[in-house]
Design a binder for this molecule. Structure first.
Ligand code: THU
Length: 128
């Protein structure tokens, strides 16, 4: 029942090593579970023009979306910080475009994590 949670956490932790974060040293790994069971992973990507940085959450959505995925069930987010880290507001807004009830798994380890629904972290998203 909870196997997908552990699997996603392990995949997100593994993706931390793909982080390109020479400026902050803050490494984020993400694993996104699509409704069809496929899983995509990504990491944050920084840029010397700092505002062009791409968060790990949006990176993994870009990978899945550009492979044609549109329905998402859960995302695991791990970092190199050894504590629970919450996604930034921009990423919450971005993810809310696709599923307000997305499960957001904030992981320290497969045994230490918190789960929220996206709408708990962003109750009022912007809508056109
Ligand atoms: N970062 C993410 O990947 N996700 C977030 O939700 C917030 C921040 C990244 C961006 C940057 O590379 C580093 O963390 C420090 O801000």
């Amino acid at each position: 029942m909870n196997n997908y949670i552990e699997d996603l956490i392990l995949k997100s932790k593994n993706a931390i090593k793909m982080s390109y974060s020479p400026f902050s040293g803050f490494k984020v790994g993400t694993a996104l579970l699509c409704e069809d069971g496929s899983v995509f992973t990504a990491a944050n990507i920084e840029c010397s023009s700092f505002s062009l940085t791409i968060c790990g959450e949006r990176a993994v959505f870009a990978k899945a979306l550009s492979e044609g995925k549109r329905k998402f069930r859960a995302i695991a987010i791990s970092t190199n910080q050894n504590k629970i880290i919450y996604p930034c507001g921009a990423c919450l807004q971005f993810m809310s475009e696709f599923n307000n009830k997305l499960e957001i798994i904030l992981a320290v380890s497969p045994r230490k994590y918190k789960i929220y629904l996206l709408k708990e972290l962003l109750p009022y998203n912007f809508k056109l």
